[in-house]
Design a protein around this ligand. Structure first.
Ligand code: PLP
Ligand code: COI
Length: 353
């Protein structure tokens, strides 16, 4: 695939690694390409990072036709750079595109775009363990008219942000509040797709939780408001009676790549992993009876994030003495070990550049 490259004439300096935070700084360039029905994708280009111009009637501004992905480029100790299961993100992006009537990407071309871009921006892949270059591919509908229908024009872009840990707490246990008012998505809706609207609709609950001192909310299903779905923008897992339980993918849950990887690692470690419905009542009973040993969220940004406290209504419960549990720690060590190239990748997940 031909990618035209226009380099910036005003390169920025890489921020100090301890100041990175998540998603605040951006690299010198961005990738763009456009789509038109009948013409396909065209004009693949890397240009200096900067503002983009949109027609005021552009579909994304009115009807929210937008999808995105999130993956990281990691620096190994030998200085090389690698991605983690990038094809999984590309396939999920196409599943999201299909749900939102946006055009599909050619999988091999999408991988080539990621590789070309990361090679160009290599100096922005930070070096300390736990930091990475967060890659954010996204696509939006761009028809310049107000009719409601599947778009005929779209734009695909890739930007990148050198990042540290997602939560200020890092790997320390977070406090989570069970959300009983808002729901994130519903079955038949867009939960399994990574579309911007899901996140716009979730921030109100997140803000309410933050005001009460919680890091995020635990989402319940939108039909019965009974079954546990996700935690904030992460999948969630529990260790109950020695076995691992994680909500099954019903259509309203995002099929996380970290979730999938955790399941594979856990099975290799000999744990029984149950992907099933888990009601909040069952969870609270296990918690009160001391059978809930560990709880954690998992996602690309935070990798694995232990849950130390869980609130439901006026009640607050402590999990695992408020400390990171053994399984959570093991998962964190193995996944981050593979991602940063410190642990042998027996799963063949790493994609070296
Ligand atoms: N759930 C939601 C809603 C998310 O936004 C994410 C993040 O991408 C995840 C789960 C975790 O998915 P992954 O492990 O692929 O990053
Ligand atoms: C994740 O990577 O786990 C996320 O949820 C990313 C978030 C910024 C949307």
């Amino acid at each position: 695939m031909k990618i035209a490259i226009t380099k910036t004439t005003t390169p920025t300096t890489m921020p100090a690694e301890e100041k990175l935070g998540f998603g605040k700084f951006f690299t010198d360039h961005m990738f763009m390409m456009d789509y038109e029905e009948g013409k396909g994708w065209y004009d693949a280009r890397i240009v200096p990072f900067g503002r983009i111009s949109l027609h005021p009637a552009s579909t994304v501004l009115h009807y929210g036709a937008e999808i995105f992905e999130g993956l990281k480029a990691y620096r190994r100790e030998d200085g090389g750079v690698q991605l983690f299961r990038p094809m999984e993100n590309i396939r999920r992006m196409n599943n999201s595109a299909e749900r939102m009537s946006l055009p599909l990407l050619d999988e091999e071309e999408a991988l080539e775009i990621l590789e070309t871009f990361v090679r160009l921006e290599e100096r922005f892949v930070p070096k300390s363990f736990g930091t990475s270059l967060y890659l954010r591919p996204f696509m939006f509908g761009n028809d310049e008219a107000l009719g409601v229908h599947a778009v005929k024009r779209a734009t695909f872009m890739l930007i990148a942000s050198p990042s540290g840990s997602y939560y200020a707490e890092g790997i320390n246990p977070v406090k989570i509040m069970i959300e009983s008012e808002d729901v994130r998505t519903v079955r038949g809706g867009t939960g399994y797709a990574k579309c911007g609207g899901n996140y716009a609709a979730s921030t109100r609950a997140g803000e309410r939780a933050a005001k009460k001192g919680y890091s995020q909310v635990l989402w319940l299903d939108g039909v019965e408001r009974k079954y546990i779905e996700e935690v904030g923008a992460m999948n969630v897992m529990f260790k109950i009676d020695g076995e691992i339980v994680t909500p099954m993918l019903t259509g309203s849950i995002l099929p996380g790549i970290t979730r999938k990887s955790c399941i594979e690692v856990l099975k290799t470690l000999g744990y029984k992993v149950n992907e099933r419905l888990l009601s909040v009542d069952e969870l609270l009973s296990a918690l009160k009876e001391g059978r809930l040993e560990e709880a954690w969220g998992c996602g690309t940004a935070a990798v694995v994030s232990p849950i130390g406290k869980l609130a439901y209504g006026e009640e607050e419960y402590v999990i695992g003495g408020g400390k990171i549990g053994e399984v959570t720690q093991k998962l964190y060590d193995i996944l981050t070990g593979i991602q940063w190239g410190k642990v042998e990748d027996t799963f063949n997940w790493v994609h070296k550049l």
